[in-house]
Ligand binder design. Sequence first.
Ligand code: ZN
Length: 310
Amino acid sequence: VAAPRALAVDVGGTRVRAAVVTRQGRVLARLEAPTRAADSPEAVVAQVADLARRLPAEGIAVAGVCAPGPLDVDRGMALATPTIAGFRDFPLRAALADCLPWPVHLEHDGHAAAWGEWRFGAGRGTQDMVYVTLSTGIGAGVVTGGRLQRGHRGMAGHAGHMTVAPGGPVCACGNRGCWEAIASGPAFAARARDAGFADGAAAFAAARAGDTAALALCGALAADIGLGLTNLIHLFSPALVVVGGGMTAGLDLLAPGIAAHIARTALPPFRGVPVLPAALGDNAGLVGAAALAFAARTRAMSLSPSQASG
Ligand SMILES: [Zn+2]
């Protein structure tokens, strides 16, 4: 009998990704589409079902799905996802289970990506790792002593809403000065436009060409990213920090400034904690969601029938 496979789904605010993933974290087939984020939660669920139908179903035993928080993973609910219309108190797991022929396991996307990187990517071989997604928003997943820190209702790691600049720019959550209000992709893009660049990518390109204003923008962004990472390093004492998400397209420009900020502001014993790019890139969430779904399936199968029904 062939080893089971998982259907892995990463429902992002911008892209929906689906893949067939093995127990060893190998991606066998993969599809993606722009998220119909402005339409309705049902439209997004239909997209997932459509991608799943177009992937080879052979050997799939379980579906591992990750989505942006806040989610209540115990109840399978999307609670208040600002980037997808209608993901408010929406029973995401039940809606997906209605249209997929496998048991559905739901996780916070930051947790799934952290687990993927820890099991199969840049965090392999460590016990303690912090993963941070720098993207449309900022999220995190923490592995301590080889265990994923889920927190109450699976909501740990909303690092993007740490207040790092009281009275600062307004965040998507409504508060001022959240980390993601100053260091996310949209925050950087806004600053780039103020400085006369078309968007964040244009500012990165100009910085690579030596443009002084673009280099200054990158320096400020690196310091803002380093500020939040230093807070996380102090809190969790990771052996390393792994960063993923769209903003890592500029990591070659940002890494020296991030390292310098940590070296300048962290307590001395924390100053050398390395910050590495996600080794799985865009697939971290998919691979992690699959691995967590396999683990949940193994736990369910190890229960006796009486335990399982109780
Ligand atoms: Zn916020």
